[in-house]
Design a protein around this ligand. Structure first.
Ligand code: ZN
Length: 375
């Protein structure tokens, strides 16, 4: 039986397994003779080689023991590497269960800031996470400081990292998207790409959902153009098997290519519409109402909502100031309508609505010197 046929058969099983995971004891999905998946909400992968094993993502702390048990039954060989596709809690919760003396843990370098950011704002995120994930609120502990997160990786890389274990080559690429530390694992021998959460497997079978370019629980901007170029990096590899952080495997390069291109184009479309709207002077709320994903994309908003993403892109580029001035001091600095200085000196009330006038005047006007750096 060819490897791909084997995968396809297991795919049929996996669809059921993923659905079962909510209610029944999940089972391991065999991708090929060396690659196994534990579908426990967040997928945990085990790749075996003659020289030891590689674990890719480790699940949440809650499901990690089950994943360890399921995948551990497939191989008792030592774990030589743990690769973290990104630093979200649902992918790093089981590190301690897999780590052995000598195990190397690999992440993209931005992992360090991501987990520090999460720890830095733990008290802020706690009630939001409880609401977002429908779980009991747990009071955050004492503030751990700005750089107080536990850093597990022993190997950090910027753009690319490669290693070979048991004659199986692993190539890791920085693919910023859902998080700035996202990476993709590519195994040329199996033509398999582990894409993490840069492609959400939710919506299998189709229609798939638009991604979460902004999560309501609170996130830094997820840069749309970075995400687009990261999808392109995966497309160039021409994978035959695509394994994501959630959801089911996708098998066959034509299907993978079709899905990834549509996914990438949807992000690009929304991004470009926001930028066009910003350049034409439209405010964020107008754009949130106006910008829609064309029906030809055939995508739902079950996971990521377009209007929230529009605001995420807009605010990510421009920040909070919307030229709607209620603060007299700001109005004075920018010499906008409402400022007594504007009325007295420019004689052009309303002219600053476009922003260009406001910023030009601010640069050459008589705003107090101490305020100029604010601009
Ligand atoms: Zn995830």
């Amino acid at each position: 039986m060819s490897r791909i046929i084997s995968v396809a058969l297991f795919l049929c099983i996996s669809v059921g397994v993923t659905a079962q995971a909510q209610h029944e004891q999940p089972k391991v999905v065999k991708i090929n003779d060396s690659t196994y998946m534990a579908p426990l909400g967040a997928n945990v992968y085990l790749v075996t080689t003659p020289a030891g094993n590689v674990v890719i993502d480790t699940g949440t702390a809650v499901v990690a023991p089950d994943a360890r048990k399921l995948l551990g039954a497939e191989s008792h060989a030592p774990v030589k590497y743990i690769i973290l596709t990104h630093g979200h809690a649902d992918h790093i919760g089981g590190i301690g269960l897999w780590k052995e003396p000598g195990t190397q843990i690999i992440a993209q370098r931005n992992y360090v800031e991501l987990v520090n950011y999460v720890a830095r704002l733990e008290g802020f995120f706690a009630p939001r996470n409880a609401a977002a994930f429908n779980r009991p609120f747990v009071e955050a502990g004492p503030w751990s400081g700005n750089y107080g997160a536990k850093i597990d990786p022993t190997i950090l890389f910027d753009e690319k990292y490669e290693f070979t274990l048991g004659e199986v080559q692993f190539q890791l690429f920085s693919t910023s998207g859902e998080t700035p530390d996202h990476l993709t694992v590519w195994i040329p021998k199996y033509k398999t790409a582990f894409i993490g959460d840069n492609y959400n497997g939710f919506g299998e079978p189709e229609p798939m959902s638009f991604p979460n370019l902004y999560a309501l629980r609170g996130t830094k901007p997820r840069w749309a153009l970075d995400w687009v170029s990261s999808i392109d990096k995966v497309l160039v590899l021409k994978p035959d098997v695509l394994l994501s952080g959630h959801g089911d495997p996708i098998v066959g390069n034509p299907e993978i290519t079709r899905r990834l291109i549509r996914f990438r184009n949807a992000i690009q479309y929304i991004h470009d519409e926001v930028v066009k709207g910003m350049n034409s002077g439209k405010d964020v709320f107008t754009l949130m109402r106006e910008i829609k994903l064309p029906a030809s994309f055939d995508m739902t908003e079950s996971f990521g909502k377009v209007s929230w993403s529009v605001r995420g892109i807009y605010d990510g580029y421009a920040g909070w100031f919307d030229m709607n001035v209620h603060d007299v001091r700001i109005a004075t600095i920018l010499r906008l309508p409402g400022s007594s200085q504007t009325r007295r000196r420019s004689g052009t009330p309303g002219a600053a609505r476009t922003g260009k006038i406001g910023s030009r005047q601010a640069g050459r006007g008589s705003a107090p010197d101490r305020c100029r750096p604010c601009l």
